[in-house]
Design a protein around this ligand. Sequence first.
Ligand code: SF4
Length: 281
Amino acid sequence: MANEIFLCSICNINSGTCNEDCKFCSQSVRYKANIERYKHKPMERILEEAKAARDNGALGFCLVTADKGLNDKTLKFVCDVARAVMEVAPELRLIACNGTATLEQLLVLKEAGIKAYNHNLETSESFYKEICTTHPWSERYETCQNVNKAGMVLITGGIFGLGETQEDRISMLESLKSLNPTSVPINFYHHNEALELQPNPLTVDEALELIKLTRETLPNAERIMVAGGRELMFGERQEEIFNYGANSIVIGNYLTTAGRVMSKDLEMLQSLHLNVAKKVK
Ligand code: SF4
């Protein structure tokens, strides 16, 4: 078991305005899920969230926009937010998660102080067509390659429980491995009644085994992060994720669902004698 856990907090600086049709995503305008939607989160609120994340031990702070990819306006907004966050909480390591991105756009983010870029492959190349028809998996893969070319830290992972087969899961993990990511966020589908997708069928034991499989397939990844769906998937058994290879978690709220109170996670780590990572290697 890892003895240091990396904490990351995510901030949806733009929410629920995406025109794509990813079937697992309540941020798509197509499914009319009952979530908060806005173009730009007010800067004061973003800075409050950044300070709260830092004060609760987060090292990573991820600026997420709900859209297929970056455009000039979003790029400027993300850079403005990054600079403002660095003023109030320079201890945080900034991550951007803004969909498909070109090398040139990534270099602009890097120049603004963003160290890492998160773009998930989500699932296997062949199953992807079942869950999204508006953009191809290959664009996702190319964005991850661009992150590597830009010399930024690559964070890429996926989501389990969408109805994929075990072969799909293995295929996705092999694709992730080929990109040599530093951090691999794995999510567990959190069903929303507005979405057509069936609820996540995984049992807790199966989900724990998937963490283990991720760790085994990507031995060089510095972090295996259990991200969205942790509370719903593991419930009272959340502590076990660290026995199966997870060494990073998202604290606080997710993009459209509430997470645990941050202090509860800190108490859990303390009870397990796990330290909160104070710096990134
Ligand atoms: S592109 Fe991203 S934000 Fe848009 S529907 Fe798909 S997962 Fe959601």
